[in-house]
Write a protein that binds this ligand. Sequence first.
Ligand code: HEM
Ligand SMILES: [Cu+2]
Length: 557
Amino acid sequence: MSIRTLKAGPDRDNLDDRGLSETPAQRTSYLRAGNSLRSWFFTTDHKRIALLYLASVTIFFFIGGAAAALIRIDLLEPNGLILTNEGYNRAFTLHGVIMVWFFLIPSIPNTFGNFLIPIMIGARDMAFPRLNLASWYIYILGGLFTVYVLISGGVDTGWTFYTPLSSMFANGKVVLAATAVFIVGFSSILTGLNFIVTVHKLRCPGMTWGRLPLFVWSHYATALILVLATPVLAITLALIAAERLFGVGIFNPALGGDPLLYQHLFWFYSHPAVYIMVLPALGVVSELVAAAARKPVFGYRFVAGCSIAIAAIGFLVWGHHMFVSGQSIYASAVFSFLSLAVAVPSGIKVYNWTATLYKGHIAIDPPFLFAASFIGLFVVGGLTGLILAMLAVDVHVHDTYFVIAHFHYIMVGGTVAAYFGALHYWWPKITGRLYPLVWGRLTALMIFLGFNLTFFPQFVLGYLGMPRRYHHYPPEFHVLNVFSSTGASILAVTYLLPFLYLFWSFRYGDAAGPNPWGATGLEWTVPSPPPKHNFETTPTVDGPPYDYPVERQGQHG
Ligand code: HEM
Ligand SMILES: [Cu+2]
């Protein structure tokens, strides 16, 4: 097995029956603290809850991915290959609903945030451990509801549930799907609340706001959005249900309602929600970049502040989804300006990561490769966002594949890459085991290639005028669609790879030792896997974050 740059595990005197070394702390690790189902399903340990989420978001990722596969197979032919028109609509709705609410929003915060925030700030657990477990149950309840809606008929409105389609014409289980999303919203709100209180109240002595890891800063910003925006979504979905079930006139003009009101309410949540999806990823990348370069993050305060700025400005730009809705041109102009402004803090982060990597002794390991793909794809996604924020251009490409490509570059290329980066970086901490680095590198490269082959052609398709959400398309779009579906097949295979070698490592990998990457941060001071209560004694912090030794920098001249 290849462990080129990873330091080997601890002393050899403590070998277990597999010949792996094991310290007393590892024997009392959170993984060993009881193995009954009860000890897992009623746990209040943030680390075990994180693993419950890890398992469940993975399952939803593959359910959503299966729907994506159906869509891409179908689009191999201009007239559709396997699905009926109705089936096609249901497949992309299922794909969007599952990916957005059951994967992208919870993936990084609920798994890695849950696992790492208490350890990173020197706490023994979250502020409200039982609420944390309750959030998981609510998430699962919402998930089961969604799967039920899927097998009992499905919904054909798209993940945005736009009215009047959803309120008047859709013949699917719109109310049930809305209920499912409504339920899972509570999970988001409770998790956000838990993060905020934990970061405010449970920081160990010396862990000032100016010393918080950037991962924690970005989760703090995310938590603010979760708590402030999610209730608006819940109310919006309840209003759709009220209109469909009881004929209350809210969005339906025939009843005195206004369909545009729906779009305002929906995007008031859903634009901030795209930052719920990407801010935790930005936090992950800051950690990965610093560890790969073994340098302090350049402009720490700016990177931290930009998380808060992105969260704040993100609340002011929702109208950029409505440029062609007929809203006033003055409103559109303001939304256009503010949308361009939100790119500034995102851009600052990219510059600061680049400056951090500059002249660093970069270890070309899987976490770095995922972080590097993140940065590249996030830049493409962000720059095309600027293109979309231009009023005149958006009239041309709105509701085309250009928009699909834009948000997939950020959400799949960015957030999913960061999710895999986090998995490869903290896996030794979570499990106490090392995995073969070559496989991680191969996966990172294949995901990058497969991703670009899938989504780059979609920019061209959209620019040429292929509308989104159409089941049939003119033959001149055929070749680019075949490219896209080919890339999607590469992606599908590659997404499965980590599950093979990571599970292998869980069983057979070498012991990781507390700090295999030689990284800074409290999580690397505790044993891998961490003991049940994280710290034997409460730690004290007396230095800045990312305190890498200076003499290791800049030797490339
Ligand atoms: C530089 C910052 C960004 C700008 C200026 C921007 C701009 C835009 C604009 C104007 C649209 C609407 C296009 C249309 O419907 O015609 C759009 C759509 C979208 N963007 Fe962005 N964006 C940015 C970053 C992001 C980020 C960070 C994410 C995700 C994490 C994201 C996710 C989305 C999604 C999901 C949609 C489409 C929603 C739908 O209609 O289904 N964007 N973006
Ligand atoms: Cu937006």
